[in-house]
Design a protein around this ligand. Structure first.
Ligand SMILES: [Zn+2]
Ligand SMILES: [Zn+2]
Length: 330
């Protein structure tokens, strides 16, 4: 896609050059040749700096790392074991769904993106800073979002997401995964965000480490399996899948004196999240020891796709999770 855009750009440039340079005059031809060579070299450099053609970010809402390790989640656990993983990554504060996902997908903290509310409020419009979808689109890449909550519409900058899917009336993980599986081959997104709401729903209702939440995580793992198979069936072999969460959780007593789950604080149980990279170029069976913060997912994604990181980014790519070959600059 990026190369198509570059070829189109080169064709336009060639036509533009013809207005000013006489191609029948040998020095003119030489000059035009030099310019076109430079353009071609820059487009090849962009393609070479791309480490993956597709990045899939999968977020488990309220996905506490300890509970993920204790639950029946064979797909997640196998991907963590086969790939690079940290069970001690951090989210931002406030550890709330919309603020945290905005950091995950803009590369900055909440002080910079200012999405400080946590429900869908259409009057507040969309995030003021570019999302990674916007930055990827500017490089001619294809983007998609499959989500389980309407509030992600606050991240929909105009023209930034080719397909925004919030399945209705059922927006559970299996429904999201089936929608993804039905469309991935057609869409072939270079950047795709997928969100599973189920553990958050059950966690709030029954408690942060309740059997009901474990069952929700089991469903998410089935959904993850569907997504992983769909990517393989679509033959998107040059892909990286990142598994992470917006925040963890803790228990509170609700008005009836019953245990319920909550989050939002800077306490360890709320801010520690899992982070797994799996796929093309990812180190095998590797425990990441470098600190990972929520906005590093945005930076890692752009770095993998060969999209330059904006200077204002707080996030840094988690380079230690990937094999760096001689041809690929660090
Ligand atoms: Zn959440
Ligand atoms: Zn929640």
């Amino acid at each position: 896609m990026a190369q198509c855009s570059t070829n189109y750009f080169n064709k336009i440039t060639l036509n533009w050059l013809k207005q000013y340079v006489d191609f029948n005059w040998p020095p003119g031809r030489f000059l035009a040749g030099c310019l076109m060579t430079c353009l071609l070299a820059s487009s090849l450099a962009a393609a070479e700096s791309r480490r993956a053609d597709h990045v899939f970010i999968i977020s488990f809402d309220q996905g506490d790392p300890d509970l993920i390790q204790q639950s029946e989640m064979p797909v997640f656990q196998q991907m963590a074991a086969e790939g690079a993983h940290s069970w001690n990554a951090f989210t931002i504060v406030p550890s709330l769904t919309l603020s945290a996902h905005t950091s995950m997908l803009t590369g900055v903290g909440p002080q910079a993106h200012q999405i400080l509310w946590n429900d869908y409020q259409p009057a507040k419009g969309v995030v003021k800073l570019p999302t990674i979808f916007k930055l990827a689109k500017q490089r001619g890449l294809k983007t998609a979002m499959f989500v389980g909550k309407e509030k992600f519409k606050h991240l929909l900058l105009p023209g930034s997401v080719d397909a925004f899917i919030w399945p209705q009336p059922d927006d559970g993980a299996l429904s999201v995964a089936k929608a993804f599986a039905a469309q991935v081959k057609t869409l072939q997104p270079n950047l795709c965000f997928i969100h599973f709401r189920d553990p958050d729903t059950q966690g709030h209702k029954y408690g942060s480490h309740s059997p009901e939440k474990k069952m929700a995580l089991k469903d998410c793992d089935l959904a993850l399996g569907i997504i992983k198979n769909a990517i393989a069936e679509a033959e998107l072999t040059n892909s990286v899948i990142i598994l992470t969460a917006d925040h963890g959780s803790h228990d509170i007593k609700n008005n009836n004196g019953k245990i319920a789950g909550a989050h939002g604080s800077a306490e360890t149980c709320d801010v520690v999240i899992p982070w797994v990279a799996w796929g093309k170029g990812v180190k095998k069976n590797f425990a990441v020891t470098a600190p990972i913060i929520q906005y590093d997912t945005a930076a890692t994604t752009l770095w993998l796709l060969g999209v330059p990181l904006p200077e204002y980014f707080w996030g840094r790519p988690v380079t230690s999770a990937f094999e760096v070959t001689a041809e690929q600059p660090n």
